[in-house]
Design a protein around this ligand. Structure first.
Ligand code: PRP
Length: 207
């Protein structure tokens, strides 16, 4: 059996449909259930349903052989695993966003940046030689500049509708993000006969 760590939510449906196109029986993933451990009817695949940020943990520890996770999470988690394939789903952008009308002249020497990508934000601002105070948050990041908690945010933007609804805009796109297929290093060796054909099927399903 090949085990997957997958997340529900935005990526979930796109991910299930891609796996299906690659020949994986995903009927268990389509069930409306609160169960966190599922398996395909043919018992070839097991699925663990986890929070996006926990996918790399399950794969690094070898609890799951494979995982599907956004590049944003991979960068932030920085785990020891193999990134096998860009699945081109869940496309979004990691951006600096804030009030569009507050230009450079308003910029304080120490920019306050709210984010759930603390390590990545620190790295990005350090690489740019900009001093920034990183304010860690867990969600609703857009609220930070609205309430004065931060000057800007560093966050993923998909449709842009959350920014727009809160009067904010993208100030700068830092890098594009998409979902990746990741593998546990030992699983890739021990189960290569099962995993590599699946990777090939996924690659073809992407064409
Ligand atoms: C993410 C992100 C933004 C929003 C962007 O949050 O942090 O808030 O999605 O998407 P959009 O550009 O399509 O509006 P998520 O929905 O994961 O919830 P969160 O606030 O709990 O982080």
């Amino acid at each position: 059996m090949i085990t997957f760590a997958l997340s529900k939510g935005r990526l979930g449906e796109e991910c299930a449909s891609l796996l299906e196109r690659a020949g994986v029986d995903v009927s268990a993933l389509k069930e409306d259930t609160r169960r966190l451990v599922l398996e395909s009817a043919d018992k070839r695949y097991g699925f663990f349903l986890v929070k996006p940020a926990d996918v790399p943990v399950y794969v690094e520890q070898g609890v799951a052989d494979l995982g599907v996770v956004g590049k944003d999470t991979l960068l932030e988690e920085d785990r020891q695993l193999y990134e096998l394939l860009d699945l081109k789903i869940g496309a979004c952008r990691l951006c600096i966003a804030g009030y569009p009308d507050r230009g450079a002249q308003d910029r304080k020497p120490l920019l306050r940046v709210a984010t759930k990508y603390v390590k990545t934000a620190k790295r990005v601002f350090a690489e740019r030689g900009e001093e920034a105070e990183i304010i860690p948050l867990h969600g609703s990041i857009e609220l930070a500049p609205v309430t004065g908690l931060s000057d800007v945010i560093f966050d993923v933007v998909q449709t842009g509708s959350t920014l727009e609804a809160n009067g904010l805009a993208v100030l700068e796109e830092v890098f594009p993000v998409s979902a990746r297929l990741v593998a546990n290093k030992v699983s890739l060796k021990l189960k290569s006969r099962e995993i590599l054909p699946l990777v090939e099927n996924l690659r073809e399903a992407l064409l």
